[in-house]
Design a protein around this ligand. Structure first.
Ligand code: 13P
Ligand code: SF4
Length: 356
């Protein structure tokens, strides 16, 4: 995770503008930078007034990512940070399941998300009742759920994981079989990495689901997909490699196993950032939300970043500087989790954080 090393709350609008121009002039058009600097200034003042801390996911748009978060990172790093926040208000610049995780860990603090439209196709893919049904069909099998789920689902599970620790969480169980929800591709990628066999359900016309349990299996998956990462194909990788034979390809493990196999590296958003910072390839192709390529390019001007920007996360892209200012101004949108669900979800989140 990167923590803001510069205290931008002490900067004037002109200083913020110069600071943003120095890092973002190749990425954000000049006339926009001035407007964004003014918004960032307002947000930083409101942050002091409200005694707030801003957590920003790596997918945030470049000006927001650069100018306002106190902490930036992937889901795991931001969950860890959320567990240690010393402020009255947490503004989560990310999607709803992330803000909800912060609330699960901080019931007495006000947790705000700047837009009430920042969902996630993975979180939408499974309900608490689906998990209860799975537990009835596979009694006694431990249930791991990706953090990209809502609190009701986390409450039904044994432990959460993120893309940054999925393998460690899976390997923490001394069990022949594991239920791993809801991302079919993340589960398949971790299964492939650890030499396990996976089954995923067929969705039936009536909305039910059926597993073929006739063969051998170790992991019981689900049919959830990230609407962004599922769109990248092996052909995309081949086309870019044909044009740039020296490209290093990085993919998020929410991509299909075929795309991950065609890549040079696969890891969480922060793992990809670290990989670029620590390696020295002539150019990189990022198979993930496009804004992250901008953010890496802004901080590593010497690195050439290729990305396929026709694929965007419509949920992460809901979070703007304007909405973040309004979140602090009007104290909206407040995340609430019913206490009985929170307490059960907390167990799953805390177990994950304890695994390390
Ligand atoms: P990370 O945990 O790798 O940041 O991923 C979150 C996410 O939603 C990726 O699409
Ligand atoms: Fe969800 Fe995919 Fe968007 Fe991540 S990129 S928030 S997994 S829809």
């Amino acid at each position: 995770m990167t923590m803001s090393t510069i205290d931008r709350t002490k900067m004037s609008v002109d200083e913020l503008y110069e600071d943003m121009k120095a890092h973002l002039s190749d990425i954000v058009p000049e006339p926009e930078l001035r407007i964004k600097a003014e918004l960032a200034y307002e947000i930083n003042q409101l942050k002091i007034e409200r005694n707030a801390v801003i957590l920003g996911h790596n997918y945030m748009e470049p000006a927001l990512y650069h100018a306002i978060p106190d902490f930036r990172g992937d889901s795991l790093q931001l969950s860890r940070q959320a567990a240690q926040v010393d402020a009255d208000v947490i503004v989560f610049c990310g999607v709803e399941f992330m803000a909800e995780t912060a609330k699960i860990l901080n019931p007495t603090k006000t947790v705000l998300i700047p837009s009430d439209k920042a969902g996630c196709s993975l979180a939408e893919s499974i309900t608490a009742e689906d998990v209860r049904e799975l537990k009835r069909r596979f009694p006694g099998v431990p249930v791991v759920t990706y953090v990209n789920t809502y609190a009701e689902v986390k409450a039904e599970c044994d432990v959460c994981c993120t893309s940054g620790n999925a393998r460690a969480v899976m390997e923490s169980f001394d069990s022949d079989t594991i239920i791993f929800l809801p991302d079919q591709y993340l589960a398949s990628n971790v299964a492939a990495e650890t030499g396990k066999r996976i089954i995923v359900p067929t969705v039936l016309p009536d909305g039910g689901f059926r597993y073929d349990t006739s063969g051998e299996y170790d992991v019981i998956g689900w049919h959830g997909r990230c609407e962004v990462h599922e769109q990248f194909t092996v052909e995309d990788v081949a086309n870019v490699r044909a044009q740039f034979p020296d490209v290093t390809v990085l993919s998020h493990p929410e991509c299909s196993p075929e795309v991950v196999a065609a890549s040079d590296f696969s890891g969480s958003t922060s793992a990809m950032i670290r990989f670029v910072q620590e390696s020295d390839a002539p150019r990189y192709l990022l198979l993930t939300e496009c804004a992250m390529g901008d953010n890496i390019a802004a901080e590593n001007p010497d690195k050439e970043m290729l990305r396929l920007c026709m694929v965007r996360c419509p949920h992460m892209n809901q979070i703007t500087l304007e909405d973040t200012r309004d979140a602090l101004k009007y104290m909206r949108y407040q995340i609430e989790v019913p206490e009985d669900i929170r307490l059960r979800a907390l167990r799953s989140v805390e177990r994950m954080l304890a695994i390390g």
